[in-house]
Design a protein around this ligand. Sequence first.
Ligand SMILES: NC(=O)c1ccc[n+]([C@@H]2O[C@H](COP(=O)([O-])OP(=O)(O)OC[C@H]3O[C@@H](n4cnc5c(N)ncnc54)[C@H](O)[C@@H]3O)[C@@H](O)[C@H]2O)c1
Ligand SMILES: O=P(O)(O)OC[C@H](O)CO
Length: 332
Amino acid sequence: MTKAAVMGAGSFGTAFAKVLCDAGTETVIWARRGAVAESINERHVNPDYLSEVVLPDGLRATDDHREALAGAGVVVLAVPSQTLRTNLAEWAGVIGPQATLLSLAKGVESGTLMRMSQVIGEVAGADANRIAVLSGPNLAKEIAQGQPTATVIACPDSARAIALQRACATGYFRPYTNTDVIGCEIGGAAKNVIALCCGMAVGIGLGENTLAAIITRGLAEMTRLGVALGANAKTLSGLAGVGDLVATCSSPLSRNRTFGERLGAGESLESAQAAANGQVAEGVKSCSSVRALAQSYGVEMPLTDAVHRVCHEGLTPQEALAQLLKRDMKPE
Ligand SMILES: NC(=O)c1ccc[n+]([C@@H]2O[C@H](COP(=O)([O-])OP(=O)(O)OC[C@H]3O[C@@H](n4cnc5c(N)ncnc54)[C@H](O)[C@@H]3O)[C@@H](O)[C@H]2O)c1
Ligand SMILES: O=P(O)(O)OC[C@H](O)CO
């Protein structure tokens, strides 16, 4: 049976490692800190993330990446998108030549404007058929509690996608397959930015009409970008697009929405960052890379542009909102 190595013991790495174990897949999780690995092995608890969840007895943990990766047929990359390149560079030499690389990260790399599958291909020297991405409405805490959840596993090689689907399907976790890696990745990266925007609206004190408008127009702009990059528009209207957009924009569990809410309520970027307690709100960096990617393809993304200007150019959320409403009238 295939062994899976989950590289990263943050919220989603921990929740997904539990899913793999519950699906009957032999799983080892790599944690940066030895104390975290020790706690998972001895007390079946990750003290830093989802600490209220009891992890399966069968989940092994280590802070030694060589030990985690030895013999792994599936390597799950569960680190933030802006550190994936550096992390993977350390690990690439010991990943098996046939292993499937599954990215959980939702972001576009700053500077290179690469999607995560592109970063993985470049750093690991892996063929696109070996690289898969998982994306969908997947709030880690709800998954760890065993709440019914669906997701998408996208890989150009359908057989690998099906093998991954089998490796993580449980009574509460239902993965669908897709070959549209670009659509899934753009959905995952762009919805974090739209969730920041929704959070800002909530922080300002606005209601459901505004949120529905942001979600719907957010979907329109992320679909424009995805299609320009070669995605299938249907992917963006599925779980990895609309699904994730709705979950992230609506849930107080979302780090991106919560971060936006703090900005909307008048907190500074630094103060919102401090309150995040080291947990990643990917949209804060990806708003700039998604915006730059869109600009390079001549795609208009007014909400993403507004979020970038609030996060990085000193505009207040109220000013950004006023500017959005002043844009030229147009047909839907
Ligand atoms: N949390 C969720 O609900 C969720 C769901 C779906 C997808 N994701 C995506 O999964 C990815 C990982 O998210 P997460 O929630 O596990 O994040 P997190 O902040 O909870 O954890 C990040 C993990 O990466 C590790 N790490 C390794 N190298 C690092 C470095 N140089 N800097 C910072 N951290 C480093 C940290 O130790 C930690 O274990 C993100 O791209 C996120 O968008 C998260
Ligand atoms: O907590 P967030 O905002 O990173 O969102 C988590 C997941 O991506 C939701 O699908």
